[in-house]
Write a protein that binds this ligand. Structure first.
Ligand code: ATP
Ligand code: MN
Length: 479
């Protein structure tokens, strides 16, 4: 059988080459009136209509035109008389490439996102997930383009790591030992010296420490890879496996860091809006439908496109943690004890409800909080002269909460060593990290952007499990 060159549906829908013969290959979405096949090939969320004439197809063939079947149709491209489409294909030749039957779960009716999550291996074939993963792709591309155009080096940091400095207790152990019969030390503990790497190893929670090493040579680097957290948080914002973007820049201070983060977010959101207009329009309408099921006061004031534009057009609000605490202390939900965690004093860790109050109710725009108490932040953040706070930044987004966490790093060896000792972080194991401070240390800064939280924001989806193809979460590792 000779393979005919196909034209993608996306191109056909924009074509006006009426009268030419074309071939479309794709999957049947619907087949109506024994005549109209809606075919989708994934190149766009829109379908092309193919019209079959009884003369060219016998009845047994037509019976096989069920939702989900893979088909190849060849015929003339003609102007469409139907509403909502400019062109259609008048079928001359029809071939079923792969049958599907009524047990195919993606039948043309409304499915709940929960149902689709259980069928994640087939949900790509719905409009919603076509749109979500197109946007995800566009965002990934834009991130690489943004950094590439600025001269950053894309650094691949390890997935298996021996350092557990950052994620004590939240890491997945990587081992090749026999669980039923592990080697033991004289004192009875599992002897990881005999394990594959000769020491305990875990899946990484962040590529930052390694990125810092490279930033001290290339000046500007970024990572973009999977990270893993064994935290048992069954929320709509957390995954056990998620992708993170971590730029690290030599000679940047806290303000440079905030500027870079804000520029990156605006750039990639704009790229998605420019390149995924159909998808975002579709997702906007999907969200409007979803919002209709919510009580009035929980619906957002802006639709998806308005929300994205709003984010592009406004400067993010920048304030210190200390200023934010004052706002929260005096806020209505705090005084009326509506918050689950009441803010009583300086030093409290901010919960998602507080972050969202600041963004959605108080400022009504993205917020960058800086200079957090050192007790609630990581050891590597640069200490301020007040002895109480560190040069941290968190960027908070509407509907999401924290989307970015970062800091100017502590580049002074003696401060870093002292802080590590206070926090019981073994300096000897991190000798390689401290070497950057021993040999030509320099001010530098960076941050981590959670990729799925960004995709959540741009797609207007509400559960993080719906923006990664195969979600990994507590008790969830199907497919
Ligand atoms: P949170 O307080 O929301 O749990 P975090 O403070 O633990 O986040 P960081 O360690 O600062 O997060 O990680 C940097 C970024 O990675 C976060 O700003 C967020 O966008 C993303 N992120 C963190 N944990 C997760 C997770 N479990 N699933 C998806 N994204 C995450
Ligand atoms: Mn954080």
């Amino acid at each position: 059988m000779e393979s005919i060159k196909r034209t993608k549906v996306k191109d056909l829908l924009q074509s006006t080459a009426y009268g030419t013969e074309v071939t479309v290959k794709g999957w049947v979405r619907t087949f109506r009136n024994n005549q109209f096949i809606a075919i989708n090939d994934g190149s766009t969320i829109n379908n092309i209509q193919a019209v079959v004439d009884f003369n060219v197809a016998d009845e047994t063939l037509l019976k096989r035109l069920t939702t989900g079947a893979a088909v190849s149709v060849t015929g003339e491209l003609i102007e469409s008389l139907g509403k909502g489409q400019k062109v259609e294909v008048k079928v001359k030749h029809l071939e079923i490439l792969g049958d599907s039957d009524e047990t195919f779960p993606m039948q043309p009716k409304k499915h709940s996102l929960e149902f689709l999550r259980e069928k994640a291996h087939l949900r790509f074939r719905t409009n919603t997930f076509n749109a979500v993963f197109k946007v995800r792709h566009a965002l990934a591309y834009a991130i690489h383009k943004f950094f590439n155009d600025k001269g950053f080096v894309y650094l691949h940091t390890p997935i298996i790591t021996a350092s557990d400095a950052e994620g004590a207790g939240e890491m997945f152990r990587v081992t090749a030992l026999d669980f039923n019969n592990p080697p033991r030390t004289e004192t009875g503990e599992v002897d990881f010296k005999q394990d594959f790497f000769g020491k305990t190893t875990n899946l990484t929670v962040s590529g930052q420490l390694e990125a810092e090493l490279a930033a001290m040579a290339f000046g500007e680097v970024y990572t973009f890879g999977p990270t893993f957290r064994a935290e048992n948080s069954n929320t709509t914002r957390h995954l056990a496996e998620f992708w993170m973007i971590e730029p690290e820049v030599a000679f940047n201070d806290l303000t440079d860091n905030m500027n870079l983060a804000e520029e990156l977010l605006k750039y990639v959101i704009k790229h998605a809006m420019d390149n995924c207009a159909d998808e975002i329009e579709f997702l906007k309408n999907r969200l409007l439908e979803e919002e209709k099921t919510k009580p009035m006061d929980e619906r957002s004031e802006l639709d998806l496109t308005a929300k994205l534009n709003f984010c592009l057009e406004n400067n993010f609000e920048r304030l210190t943690y200390t200023e934010a605490i004052e706002i929260l202390k005096n806020s209505n939900p705090n005084k009326k004890k509506k918050f689950k965690y009441i803010i009583n004093e300086w030093g409290a860790d901010l919960q998602s409800e507080h972050e969202r109050y600041l963004v959605e109710k108080h400022f009504k725009k993205p917020v960058i909080l800086t200079d957090y108490p050192k007790e609630i932040k990581a050891f590597y953040m640069r200490q301020n002269d007040d002895g109480k706070t560190v040069r941290a930044i968190d960027i908070l987004f509407p509907g999401i909460g924290e989307i970015i966490g970062g800091s100017q790093r502590e580049e002074r060896l003696e401060y870093l060593e002292k802080r590590m000792a206070e926090m019981h972080i073994p300096a000897d194991e991190l000798y390689w990290y401290l070497d950057t401070r021993r040999f030509g240390t320099a001010p530098h800064a960076g941050f981590g952007l959670g990729f799925e939280r960004l995709v959540l924001f741009v797609t207007g989806m509400t559960n993080i499990r719906d923006v990664i193809p195969f979600p990994r979460a507590p008790k969830t590792a199907e497919f």
